[in-house]
Design a protein around this ligand. Structure first.
Ligand code: ADE
Ligand code: ZN
Length: 318
């Protein structure tokens, strides 16, 4: 089994394991509405994206101090290293923290401290992608980006996530400002939403990678375009299974996507919630679809191609 070298779609808050949620809540003198870790885990049954997001936002509310954010990031990096990851581009929902009174600087310094030390501590190169929340007004994302740009925190890019309802177009100015500041641009689209949402983030936001994008398959012309322009899709099979985007991994349309020449990559999304880290996604997909060594090699190579790294690092990861 080939080990994944890169992870391009993982929400830091989605790596928050129940044990750490309880430990940090206790440290901060906060009570959780669950009896214990098992009681919390039993609630990880989702009917769709929103039912997951409700619990995801609730749990992250125990994160308060710089140390909390650094601990969360270090816990993920340790786990990623054990799974064979050498490069991780990590999403962070900054607005979910500032909205409940945590200063952006506190949250970002904590995360950033762990990510910057990661190469030395874990042998994993990293990049931080701040993801704006699509269910909030675009003006809030703009204010957040402007604040972040004034902080002295290394940033790789911007993304867009949360419920895929309403147009992405209002976020155009946010993406334009990000691009003008040399940031890379990705966006969730075509997860629960239709193929038209994938077109929109490409055409309006200038997204360089599409997060999920699985429903792009519903539009043949779009598939041809994604293949021709080699726009990577960061797939998350166990997420799609647990959020009922697909009903069974045996039906996962991976081979169709590979056959269409799409630059598909395999990732974990929110591994603490969806039953597996990136290597588990590779393993479960391999078992369900009987993937060949050659197919796994293409997936691994796609990840390296899709990573936002310089040529020297790409050469090391290949
Ligand atoms: N935020 C965290 N996980 C997400 C997902 N799967 N889709 C959209 N937003 C998210
Ligand atoms: Zn995601």
């Amino acid at each position: 089994m080939l080990m994944p070298a890169v992870e391009l779609h993982v929400h830091l808050e989605g790596t928050f394991e129940p044990e750490l949620i309880f430990a940090i809540a206790e440290r901060n003198g906060m009570n959780l509405p669950y009896d214990d870790v098992e009681d919390l885990r039993r609630r990880y049954e989702f009917t769709g994206l929103q039912s997951f997001l409700d619990l995801y936002y609730e749990n992250m509310a125990v994160l308060r101090t710089e140390q909390d954010f650094a601990d969360l990031a270090r816990a993920y990096l340790g786990r990623a290293r054990a799974g064979g990851v050498h490069h991780a581009e990590v999403f962070f929902d900054i607005q979910a923290h500032t909205a409940r009174g945590v200063p952006a600087e506190v949250a970002l310094r904590g995360v950033s401290e762990a990510l910057v030390a990661s190469e030395r501590e874990f042998g994993i190169s990293t990049g931080l992608i701040v993801t704006f929340l699509r269910h909030l007004p675009a003006a809030a994302a703009m204010a957040s980006l402007q604040e972040i740009l004034r902080l002295d925190v290394p940033l790789l890019g911007v993304g867009l996530c949360s419920s895929e309802i309403g147009p992405a177009a209002p976020f155009k100015d946010v993406y334009d400002l990000a691009a003008a500041n040399g940031l890379r641009r990705v966006a969730h689209a075509g997860e629960e939403g239709p193929a038209a949402n994938v077109r929109e983030v490409l055409d309006v936001l200038g997204a360089e990678r599409v997060d999920h994008g699985i429903r792009a398959l519903e539009d043949e012309d779009l598939v041809a375009r994604l293949a021709r322009e080699r726009v990577p899709l960061t797939l998350c099979p166990l997420s799609n299974l647990r959020l009922r985007v697909v009903q069974d991994l045996a039906d996962y349309p991976l081979r169709r996507m590979l056959d269409a020449g799409l630059v598909v990559t395999v990732n974990s999304d929110d591994p603490a919630y969806f039953g597996g880290y990136v290597e588990d996604n590779f393993r479960r997909l391999t078992e369900a679809l009987d993937l060949s060594v050659d197919e796994l090699a293409v997936l691994a190579r796609n990840g390296v191609e899709a990573a936002f790294v310089d040529d020297a690092r790409r050469g090391e990861l290949a």
